[in-house]
Design a protein around this ligand. Structure first.
Ligand code: FMN
Length: 198
């Protein structure tokens, strides 16, 4: 809740109501305009935006408040190109990304590592969008680097990740090469929403 000064020209209650409405509108607008971005420009990400991304990700909720997530921010282009080789298909957005956020969870600290790291991945994705940046979730869990070698294993070796940590995803981030339109509301299937039972 935003703290308002005590003396307001209009009633405090009314102002809180208006501000809450605006905040909610902001969230729905982010969701309405969000898309996965797979091609980025060479424009570097401002350090202030990086700091906000870090803060956002650390604010992600976790099961039983385990806070077992850890996040590797990779801006070294050589390493990002190596991360783009993590799996044969679907990692191409990393080829032009300015930043790769590797989402890890210490599996020994939570039984809900998939949920925790999924939320952190989405928080990073949405926070990037709120900052005018594009991003794309790159699935790592369950994917193969090559026959007999999992993508997780390849990344753990590349980034010196200690044993016990699982890698769910990498979020590729940068400035979008082109404008992406949000999905029109007419594409939403409200028939999927059920009330008081299926
Ligand atoms: C769990 C999950 C895994 C995904 N993995 C990949 C991926 O490996 N590579 C990729 O290019 N996009 C990936 N995406 C992005 C989806 O393809 C994308 O969200 C979907 O096509 C809908 O498009 P939109 O995000 O633009 O609405 C993933 C998304 C989710 C939620």
């Amino acid at each position: 809740m935003i703290k308002l000064p005590k003396k307001l020209p209009v009633s405090r209650h009314f102002s809180c109501f208006v501000i809450n409405k605006l905040i909610r509108a902001e969230m729905i607008n982010l969701l309405r305009t969000r898309r996965s971005v797979r091609k980025f420009t060479e424009q570097p990400i401002e350090p202030e935006k990086l700091e906000i991304l870090k803060e956002a990700i650390l604010r992600a909720p976790s099961s039983k408040n385990s806070n077992a997530g850890e996040y590797i921010f990779v801006d070294d282009q050589e390493l990002i190109q190596k991360l783009a080789q993590s799996k044969p298909h679907g990692a191409a957005p990393l080829l032009t990304a300015q930043l790769a956020v590797v989402i890890l969870v210490n599996e020994s600290k939570t039984a809900a590592w998939i949920e925790d790291s999924s939320i952190a991945s989405f928080v990073a994705h949405l926070a990037a969008h709120s900052l005018g940046l594009g991003s794309c979730w790159i699935q790592i869990r369950g994917r193969e680097y090559s026959e007999g070698k999992m993508s997780e294993e390849y990344i753990s070796e590349l980034l010196n990740i200690p044993e016990g940590f699982r890698v769910l995803s990498i979020v590729a981030v940068g400035y979008a090469q082109r404008q992406h339109e949000g999905r029109p509301a007419s594409e939403l299937d409200f028939g999927k929403i059920h009330e008081n039972g299926f």
